[in-house]
Design a protein around this ligand. Sequence first.
Ligand code: ATP
Ligand code: MG
Length: 348
Amino acid sequence: MAFKQRVFSGVQPTGNLHLGNYLGAIVKFVELQRHYDCIYCVVDLHAITVPINVWGGPATLRQNTREVTAAFIASGIDPKKHIVFNQSQVAEHAELAWLFNCVARLGWLNRMTQFKEKAGKDRENASIGLYDYPVLMAADILVHRATHVPVGDDQKQHLELCRDIAQKFNNDFAESIREHGHGDGFFPLTEPIIQGPATRVMSLRDGTKKMSKSDASDYSRVNLTDDADTIAQKIRKAKTDPDPLPSEEAGLANRAEADNLVGIYAALAETSKADVLKQYGGAQFSTFKPALVELSVAKLGPIAAEMKRLLQDVAYIDSILANGSTRARASAAETMKSVKDIIGLVQS
Ligand code: ATP
Ligand code: MG
């Protein structure tokens, strides 16, 4: 069955939006608007899966939800042509997650590495929501029957789970799906879009760890709201090795920190690592880092300024979310109606 091409993706309102979120996800969101119908979601129900002292409590959640929305708009997402909303305003996301809880298998979730990393050693004390996170994520995507999902490399495994859930639903209910006129599959097998030189931006302090909102050290990441001086300081202090940059990409192997900074430069300059090394091969970090600072400030400065401007008008941000939620609800309700018919849940 041919599915209407549609893009869905989400960002958690967990604070500290960073360069990894921007290059791994938001930049792609902006590009994809040219060729697809897109739905971009502030996934607030995901944010509360970590302990309350980590997500920050009600006032922080509200603030962060508006901040992610502002980042979307400031980066160039058009909320009129496309849909921008926050997840909790469309109850169908959580409703489909329940139905998917009955499709997904424990063994599948037990393999998820993000849960293992985030739960850490004290797994017994992790929330059930954190464990179930990938099922809700599959529901987010499939409640809109999205065919493409731009994400960072860290989300690859969750996208595979999403396909597994779609496939099992399509198999388990094959007969009913056909009877209800949906051909040989109701849910699409969604494709991840993970491309470019910055699909996994690493911590500036440790080239083996991904840049993350939740890293305790603010020096591990460049935040979208950092001013020019802070960006300069963080990049200047970024961990590197003593060697000059290589002229070929192969020379970045086993040099995680160098590889990371070259990847960031390439993504910001909208070029490839090979091209960056053509220009900077043989250069010391004392030359390359200031160039990276200049480029970062040039690209991120206007976004930070626009975010700040937008955040002064909370009513405007909330109106975008309200409008997006109404439109997202229409798309989600249509899916839920069919899903209930397919499963045999009586609707009056
Ligand atoms: P948290 O640590 O709370 O999970 P996060 O930084 O991973 O926060 P998310 O909201 O979970 O942010 O992810 C939003 C998007 O950003 C996802 O598509 C994710 O794959 C992408 N992303 C997150 N970190 C990176 C990174 N370091 N490099 C590239 N993409 C990233
Ligand atoms: Mg994450």
